[in-house]
Design a protein around this ligand. Structure first.
Ligand SMILES: Nc1ncnc2c1ncn2[C@@H]1O[C@H](COP(=O)(O)OP(=O)(O)OP(=O)(O)O)[C@@H](O)[C@H]1O
Ligand SMILES: [Mg+2]
Length: 338
């Protein structure tokens, strides 16, 4: 089954063509980072307008790279939730128009289900059930994945997402948007013990919940007191800030993997591209005896190959969306009952 995937929930316009949920024939991403960089974050209206400009060329580029015609597509999968509503609508309307004119089946995909599916495009995907740490620009949660499209959220952040902590920290340090990748690079030559930052909600009673807003405030106080350092000082500050985020993510993941008796752990979402997090989780897994699965960095951030992979599992189950499929800006994953 050949699936065309479409993604436009935030600031990437993406289209991909994936065969049987695993073979990526084309994976095209048009990033809008340049559009938003000077504002230090995504400006929703500018995102929608850029998606409108990019969406048809991106779909055409995906078809060209795959050497496929629209006729050879067996289904269309599109992110319809959650995200910026004006951004989601562009990909959704494009997918609906394509489904309408071609008569091909359409399915809506939850963006986080997409992130969870990225690792299944790799040669050695995790077995079911497994634990997933979702760490992205808008979400941070620990999730039990029972099967494709069957997940239970065990806990999530109460305030900022890990990606937001990276981006807001970078903005405070004048490092631009998106900040995660810049902090990651600077941190690689810094001393993670140089500055002490708070690590919130690490006790057992806090379960799988996170909090990162205090960390950002702590950086703000540090900068107000000492200013933004340059050279080695900046590298040390970035390394310390990153280490605080990574330590919390790793501690909670270890504890929940043990509690849930899950021996396979995947990490997904943009922050899963972070080299410090990748190394620390792999080391923790080796120590505790769980196996860690992380997509390559380019498939951690937003892409449409992961949406096509997630959509494939829904399409093979016979799921079909109507042309009334709606964009839903906020849609939590199913939660574990207390
Ligand atoms: N190497 C890195 N280290 C740390 N953070 C990173 C790295 N690369 C990307 N990020 C962060 O990942 C985030 C983007 O991830 P993603 O594209 O999944 O987010 P999103 O789609 O905007 O949010 P969501 O998936 O929650 O809707 C940004 O916050 C960015 O700073
Ligand atoms: Mg995302």
């Amino acid at each position: 089954m050949r699936v065309l995937g479409l993604e436009s929930s935030c600031d990437e316009t993406a289209a991909a063509i994936v065969d049987d949920g695993v073979v990526v024939l084309a994976d095209v991403v048009a990033s809008q980072h340049d559009v938003h960089a000077k504002y230090g974050g995504v400006v929703p209206e500018l995102a929608s307008r850029a998606h409108i400009l990019n969406v048809v060329p991106v779909v055409q580029a995906a078809l060209d790279r795959a050497g496929s015609t629209l006729d050879e597509i067996d289904g269309i999968a599109v992110t319809n939730a959650p995200g910026l509503v004006g951004a989601l609508l562009v990909g959704l309307q494009t997918a609906k128009a394509l489904a309408w004119v071609t008569g091909k089946p359409l399915v809506g995909v939850h963006h986080l289900e997409g992130h969870l599916s990225a690792v299944f495009l790799e040669p050695d995907p995790p077995p079911m059930p497994h634990l997933a740490l979702i760490v992205s620009g808008g979400h941070t949660s620990l999730v039990r994945v029972n099967a494709h499209a069957d997940v239970i959220e065990l806990g999530a952040t109460r305030d900022d997402a890990a990606g937001e902590a990276f981006d807001k920290g970078a903005k405070l340090l004048g490092l631009g948007y998106p900040g995660g990748v810049v902090i990651d690079k600077l941190a690689s030559t810094g001393d993670p013990k140089a500055v002490k930052f708070p690590k919130a909600m690490t006790t057992a009673e806090t379960g799988a919940e996170f909090s990162f807003s205090g960390l950002k405030t702590s950086l703000l106080h540090h900068v107000r007191k000492h200013g933004v350092p340059e050279g080695q000082g900046l590298a040390d500050l970035c390394a310390s800030y990153q280490a605080a985020i990574v330590e919390v993510l790793v501690r909670k993941t270890r504890r929940i993997a043990r509690r849930e008796r899950l021996e396979h752990v995947q990490v997904c979402g943009g922050v899963a591209a972070n080299s410090g997090l990748r190394a620390a989780l792999r080391a923790a897994g080796a120590e505790d005896g769980f196996k860690v699965y992380i997509p390559p960095p380019g498939r951690c951030t937003d892409n449409a190959a992961m949406i096509a992979a997630a959509g494939y599992h829904r399409l093979v189950r016979g799921e079909r969306a109507g042309l009334d499929l709606d964009a839903v800006p906020s849609l939590p994953l199913p939660r574990q009952q207390a």
